[in-house]
Design a protein around this ligand. Structure first.
Ligand SMILES: Nc1ncnc2c1ncn2[C@@H]1O[C@H](COP(=O)(O)OP(=O)(O)OP(=O)(O)O)[C@@H](O)[C@H]1O
Length: 580
């Protein structure tokens, strides 16, 4: 139970106090008027039983006034505290979501490779929504449902222990039933969440790949996977409701049977003369009130069990250790790969025993056949993944010890697959430097050869970009990405096929812009077109994740090895054309 509260409060049980306090107050507020009503009844009853005394109107008035004042005070107090509990729930969820999003930023990209994107979206929206609802609605109900019977039992035992016992005797049996079936419910909830995540992932995949699905007329297979996942979700939902529902109904029935037992026992004792009518009425009135919250809680029990699993998933992500490191690199210094072995999956290394040194303020080109590990080298320099063996050092510091934020401050990157955010073009360039002025953004855009096309758009730099940059061409996106890098002006520049998707007209201009960008920088460049790297300071030739050659264009050609072979192949392919 403690773990449950710990989880749903995202590790801070104090967050639940306002709702707990509100719930207890609300519970007491419900009992007091009932007790006062009994006093009114007792006063009237006495006036009939002892007519010589007459009706004690003074007492009646006092009780009525207390009742009115109590109702007003309790209304004000509970609405104030409920307001607090709802606010606590919603702010907990809002800050929790942001905290998780921030935490995710500090995890290595390897972590995301192990999880489905749909799963993460579900976690942040659906799981948090579930927990939010539990804290704002179910936790107050649960606390009230537990506290009320306990307080009532403690009080009623002194009024008439036989009646109190008969009223509460079935409660532990109902609780026992729930406890015994808890593991089944936990398992079914878990399966349901998994099925829901799978359906969300398949749907996301289907929508993201809709272009390919249409282009290749893939309806059948893809649609089948989507249909299967929805089918699985339907079955998991039916199983969850079908099994958990009757169990909860059973527990509810058992608990409610306490009222029947109490009525039976009360009638028996009343007839026997050992119980007075007002006491019997008191138990009858309180009985309906006390078990009401418990019934509501049981109705929502499935949802609460479910949210326990949601909360556990949130905690698991929160407890996943972020990337460590406190050192900072002041000036970039040489980049050293020291016997680095790395695989996205630890059992299949992509880079094997890789060693080389890149001197500061030089341009180093990475070449090699497709899949040889060139992009992986650049991702490791940026510490998107941690290496499994060996060490990468920048300026003498192992990057494992460097603060990841500090490391990335020193790097500008231009990837093959550019992602643009759903924002204006200007703001997408500003990502390079959030403090940049409009003039600086335009200057960077001019140098990256995208100012002209942006200016021709109806809203210029304020033109919104579709999600992922879907409203721009590949070349346009890449130029915007170069503008970002120019704006960042970091000392290490990682260029991954920066000019691959540009038309020949723009390529020259972009090449000039890149030349400006790379001046006095440490540059690691992946370019498939060898003519762009003939003048680089060093070329590293990779094959199957190993460094097979290293030198300048001239020395490598003279070696007549893999580089010379790839160079000749490219020379030949440059002369190819599609024949009509
Ligand atoms: N995120 C990833 N998860 C698992 N495997 C990956 C991932 N990225 C790349 N790989 C694999 O690692 C190997 C090296 O990939 P990498 O992208 O570094 O090669 P590359 O030389 O840059 O290729 P290309 O020239 O085609 O871009 C390939 O076998 C690739 O399939």
């Amino acid at each position: 139970m403690n773990q449950y509260f710990y989880n749903i409060s995202a590790g801070n049980i104090k967050n639940l106090w306002p709702s707990a306090f509100a719930a207890i107050l609300d519970g007491i507020a419900k009992i007091i008027p009932a007790a006062l009503l009994i006093d009114i009844f007792n006063t009237i009853y006495e006036s009939f039983a002892y007519p010589e005394k007459g009706l004690n109107t003074g007492r009646m008035w006092i009780v009525c006034i207390i009742l009115i004042v109590w109702l007003m005070v309790s209304y004000a107090a509970t609405s104030f505290l409920y307001d607090k509990s709802f606010k606590a729930a919603y702010s907990l969820a809002a800050s929790g979501r942001l905290k998780i999003a921030e935490h995710l930023r500090h995890l290595s990209l390897g972590y995301f490779g192990q999880r489905d994107p749909g799963d993460m979206t579900n976690l942040l929206l659906s799981d948090y929504g579930q927990v939010e609802h539990t804290i704002s609605h179910n936790v107050p109900q649960l606390i009230s449902a537990i506290m009320l019977p306990v307080l009532a039992f403690a009080g009623l035992v002194f009024v008439d222990w036989r009646m109190a016992l008969s009223m509460f005797i079935a409660v532990p049996i109902g609780g026992l039933l729930l406890w015994l079936t808890d593991s089944i419910q936990a398992r079914l909830s878990e399966r349901h969440v998994r099925a829901k995540n799978e359906a969300a992932s398949r749907l996301q995949e289907y929508l993201a790949g809709i272009r390919e699905i249409k282009a290749h007329n893939m309806g059948g297979d893809r649609f089948e996977r989507l249909r299967l996942s929805f089918d699985q979700l339907k079955r998991a939902s039916i199983r969850l409701e079908g099994l958990v529902g009757p169990l909860i109904m059973g527990a509810m029935l058992l608990i409610r049977s306490g009222m029947t037992i109490m009525i039976y026992a009360g009638s028996y004792l009343l007839v026997g003369g050992t119980l007075t009518l007002p006491i019997f009425l008191l138990f009858l009135l309180l009985g309906t009130r006390i078990f009401e919250p418990l019934t509501v809680v049981l109705m929502n029990y499935g949802g609460m069990r479910y949210s326990a699993y949601s909360a556990q998933r949130i905690m698991d992500v929160q407890q996943h250790a972020p990337m460590q490191g406190t050192a900072s690199i002041e000036s970039s210094g040489p980049i050293v790969f020291d016997r680095v072995t790395f695989g996205y999956d630890a059992d299949t290394p992509v880079l094997k025993d890789l060693s080389f040194t890149i001197q500061p303020n030089t341009i180093t080109a990475l070449v090699g056949p497709s899949g040889s590990g060139k992009s992986t080298v650049t991702r490791l320099i940026a510490r998107f993944w941690e290496v499994q063996q060996g060490e990468i050092r920048i300026g003498g510091h192992s990057i494992r010890d460097v603060n990841p934020e500090n490391l990335l401050q020193h790097m500008s990157m231009v990837f093959q697959d550019v992602y643009l955010f759903q924002d204006t073009i200007g703001n997408n360039i500003r990502i390079g430097n959030m403090n940049a002025t409009q003039a600086e953004i335009e200057e960077a855009a001019k140098r990256a050869c995208c100012h002209d096309f942006i200016s021709q758009l109806p809203q210029g730099y304020d033109t919104p970009v579709g999600e992922g940059g879907s409203t721009l061409s590949g070349g346009e996106k890449q130029r915007i990405s170069i503008a970002r890098a120019l704006l960042k002006n970091a000392s290490i520049v990682l260029l991954d096929e920066a000019t691959a998707s540009l038309d020949p007209e723009n390529e020259l201009a972009v090449q000039q812009a890149i030349n400006e960008l790379v001046a006095d920088k440490t540059v690691i460049l992946i370019a498939h077109r060898f003519k762009t790297i003939q003048n680089t300071d060093k070329i590293l030739v990779l094959e199957h994740g190993r460094l097979v050659e290293e030198g300048t264009h001239r020395t490598l050609l003279a070696q007549e090895g893999l580089y010379a072979k790839l160079w000749r192949l490219q020379q030949d392919s440059d002369g190819w054309q599609v024949k009509s």
